[in-house]
Design a protein around this ligand. Structure first.
Ligand code: 9D3
Length: 242
C-alpha cells in the first residue's frame, strides 16, 4: 500500500511512521509513505497557504490553489483521497478494513478554521476520528494510518486482529502475566489450571461481563450464541441483587 499525506507540518509524521508496528511495516515494504509539505505549493514569496474568509469572521481559511496543486497529482496517480475533517464520517474499525483494501490513499490534513469549500470536489471521502475539537487533521491522519496499517497482511499476527474486540463485537477479557501474586492481587486460578476449555469459557464470560458493564450498546450487534445469552441473563440477575 502507498499512503501520501498533505500537511503544513510534515515533521509531525517523522517519528510515528518510523516507530513500532508501522515503522516495521514500512521497513518490510508492506507500506510506503510520501509526506508532502503543502507550503511547496504555497503562493508568493511567503509560500502562503491561507487567507481571510470571504464574508468576514475570525480565523483563516486554507486557500484552494495550494491544496489543488498538492492533491491533483495524487488523485491522478489513482489515490483514494481522504480529507480529515471534524464534520466527516466517523472512523471505525469497519471503515479501516475497507480502506486497507485500497492500493493508494492520500490523506489531506486541514488546519486553521477550515478549508475553502471548493477543495471538497477533489476528495473521495471525509473522515473524523470523533467528537472532540483538535487543532488540525495531522493527529487524525496518524490515527487513521495506525488503524489501517496494522490490518495489512503481514503487519501483525493474523490472530491479533481476527480476535480484535471490535471485530468480535465485544470488549476483551482481562489479561494477566507474571507474577502469579502481585501486591496481594492474585491471578484468577482458572488461568493457571491448564484446562483450556475452562479458560475459554472464563474468558468469554469476562468479555460478556465487561461489555455489559461498560459498553452495553455493543451487545445489540455482537454475534452471540444461546450460551452467551444465558450467561448475560445470569450476569444481569447477579447485578439486580446488589
Ligand atoms: C470553527 C468551527 N470548527 C468546527 C468544529 C472549525 C474547526 C475546528 C477544528 C476546523 C478544523 C479543526 C481541526 N480539526 C480537524 O481538522 C479534524 C478533526 C477534529 O478536530 N476532531 C476529530 N476529527 C478530526 S479530523 C480533522
Amino acid at each position: 500500500m502507498r499512503i501520501d499525506v498533505v500537511t503544513i507540518f510534515p515533521e509531525l509524521f517523522e517519528l510515528p511512521l518510523r516507530t513500532s508496528i508501522i515503522g516495521r511495516a514500512a521497513e518490510g515494504g508492506l507500506v510506503d509513505f510520501g509526506i508532502h509539505d503543502l507550503r511547496e505549493h504555497g503562493l508568493g514569496r511567503h509560500r502562503s497557504v491561507d487567507d481571510y474568509p470571504y464574508g468576514g469572521g475570525a480565523g483563516m481559511v486554507m486557500r484552494p490553489e495550494p491544496l489543488f496543486g498538492a492533491i491533483e497529482p495524487l488523485r491522478n496517480a489513482g489515490a483514494h483521497v481522504i480529507l480529515l475533517d471534524p464534520a466527516g464520517e466517523r472512523l471505525t474499525d469497519a471503515l479501516a478494513r475497507d480502506l486497507a483494501l485500497q492500493p493508494r490513499l492520500a490523506l489531506v490534513c486541514g488546519r486553521y478554521e477550515g478549508i475553502d469549500e471548493r477543495v471538497r470536489a477533489l476528495v473521495d471521502r471525509e473522515v473524523s476520528i470523533g467528537d472532540y475539537v483538535l487543532t488540525g487533521g495531522e493527529l487524525p491522519a496518524l490515527v487513521l494510518i495506525d488503524t489501517v496499517v496494522r490490518l495489512l497482511p503481514g503487519a501483525i499476527a493474523e490472530a491479533s486482529h481476527t480476535g480484535d474486540s471490535f471485530a468480535a463485537g465485544l470488549l476483551e477479557h482481562p489479561q494477566y502475566t507474571r507474577p502469579e501474586a502481585f501486591r496481594k492481587m492474585a491471578v484468577p486460578a482458572v488461568l493457571l489450571s491448564g484446562n483450556h476449555a475452562e479458560v475459554d469459557r472464563w474468558r468469554r464470560r469476562e468479555a460478556l461481563r465487561r461489555t455489559l458493564a461498560r459498553r452495553p450498546d455493543l451487545l445489540g450487534a455482537a454475534p452471540l450464541t444461546d450460551a452467551d445469552r444465558s450467561i448475560l441473563e445470569e450476569l444481569r440477575a447477579v447485578d439486580e441483587e446488589s
